[in-house]
Design a binder for this molecule. Structure first.
Ligand code: MG
Length: 163
């Protein structure tokens, strides 16, 4: 019996909250109405970035910043779901496809539980594989606990595409 070729990848991203009131908060492509947004060169979607980084890592393609530099005018204000879609194409071009991914979003505020299903559905539909999302509280500890930003961790499992 032959064992399928598998690769695992880890992604981590952190973005600080913006002091600009009008900046929207977008997580996994979901706009959290009325919540303070994050600072970033793109739309600062910390969840999409962590998943993209996990996919790139699993495929041995380096980190997100290597492919989407944060000083490139081309990616200013970019939709991170479009970035994630490009990463999926890059990974598939290397002969891999995603089995599943799992993420933990660490945020003191806002409360994410009402949005997790929509966020997960957005990512799963985009990638065509199950992507689960969980929220964790930093329990008031450190910068994340002071609501200075949001972090996200992701793991992704790839299998060699034999099709
Ligand atoms: Mg980022």
């Amino acid at each position: 019996m032959s064992f399928p070729q598998l690769r695992i990848g880890l992604g981590l991203d952190v973005h600080p909250f913006s002091s600009v009131e009008q900046r929207p908060l977008v997580l996994a492509g979901v706009h959290l109405e009325g919540e303070r947004g994050l600072v970033g060169h793109s739309d600062a979607d910390v969840v999409a970035h962590a998943v993209a980084d996990a996919l790139l890592g699993a495929a041995g393609l380096g980190d997100l910043g290597r492919h989407f530099p944060d000083d490139s005018p081309q990616h200013l204000g970019a939709d991170s779901l479009a970035i994630l879609a490009s990463v999926k194409e890059m990974v598939e071009a290397k002969g891999w496809r995603l089995v599943n991914a799992d993420c933990t979003v660490v945020a003191q505020t806002p409360r994410l539980s009402p949005y997790l299903d929509a966020m997960s559905a957005n990512l799963s539909t985009l990638i065509g594989a199950p992507i689960s999302l969980k929220a964790a509280s930093p329990e008031l500890l450190g910068a994340l606990g002071r609501s200075e930003g949001i972090a996200c961790m992701a793991v992704a499992l790839l299998v060699a595409d034999e099709r």
